[in-house]
Design a protein around this ligand. Sequence first.
Ligand SMILES: C=Cc1c(C(=O)O)[nH]c(=O)[nH]c1=O
Length: 309
Amino acid sequence: MLQTKIANIKLANCIYNASGPACSSLEELQALGQSAAGAILSKSATLAPRAGNPAPRYVDTPWGSINSMGLPNKGHAYYLAAAKELASFQKPYIVSLSGMSLADNLKMIAEMQEEENIAAIELNLSCPNLPGKPQTAYDFEQTEKVLAAVFAQNNKPLGVKLPPYFDLLHFEQMAQILNQFPLSFVSCINSIGNGLVIDWEKEETLIRPKDGFGGLGGDYIKATALANVRQFYLLLRPEISVVAVGGIKSGQDAFEHILCGAKAVQIGTHLMKTGPSCFAQISAELTAIMQAKGYQSIEDFRGKLKTAA
Ligand SMILES: C=Cc1c(C(=O)O)[nH]c(=O)[nH]c1=O
């Protein structure tokens, strides 16, 4: 019922984890392997390990979450080595990369090429929490330059993690760039950058880094995520799959993203809040909705959102 394909990668279940929450250590990745998730996606890696920002740097809120983690990770070699350990789960292992420079990204991508247990690379062009570093994907010229350099050397299935866009012209400009490259997928969206959540009783910010400014996830961002999924589904070549992430905590949320055109959906904040059992929860809810509507597979309704009459 829930099987899908991202480019030529088969997933038995179209629901898996978003990069970031609960996917930094081998133990966390193995827990994802043991769960109902259809794939395993790592925390974005840099060339060398990083400690990230001082805590509190991630906080759950009633409407979702706010984070300014600062890209803490165990370094790309760790996630490369993890590939062999995760092969026994027989589900695609995708490595997320977020190098501090184009040179770092190219070096990490080159080292990933020969590892057959890495199904794909998700190149993160949208980390909002590196002080002094703008989100690459908000700079269209730089994005084109990065993708040209990446595809001059990459032969593995590769997609990009995009930030949310809010201007219809930006969707068109970005799609025009992305359509030039042999991308396997785009993952929409990363957190909405630089939100601010306050504890009014203590009269202070919830998180410490960047004076409390951080990426928003969860209910706050679902409507924006749906819009980005829909726009890129309509504007990108059909060979480029759209993977949805943003505000998915139920089968209904997953159904809505697939209706907008998503080939697969990723779970971030809800995974942080409820743990890897969320994949079985959301899978069961989505299956029930599909059965109630008479759909056998996600292709029966994917992308078929109607505009109000
Ligand atoms: C890779 C860094 C990211 C981070 C982070 O490590 O601060 N948080 C996000 O919400 N999105 C990111 O892409």
